[in-house]
Design a binder for this molecule. Sequence first.
Ligand SMILES: [Zn+2]
Length: 76
Amino acid sequence: MIEFDFEKLLGSSAPDPGCDDSGELMDEYCELVLRGDAVPDRYTAFLTHMTNCAACREDMESLLAVLRQGEKTGRG
Ligand SMILES: [Zn+2]
């Protein structure tokens, strides 16, 4: 299971960039998570949107699942 630090973000006043901008960052963010890299500050707004938008959160979880499958097969 991958855990997200959503709770850390609660109470922050980061702007919500909306679905379109978040979609652009989603691939990058998922790759960071899968590599176990630190998540740069510039993803704060993206993560804020993830806390606010269930649809995007589901998209992200689906994308993570797909990417993890890809890793298992050694693709790339
Ligand atoms: Zn959204």
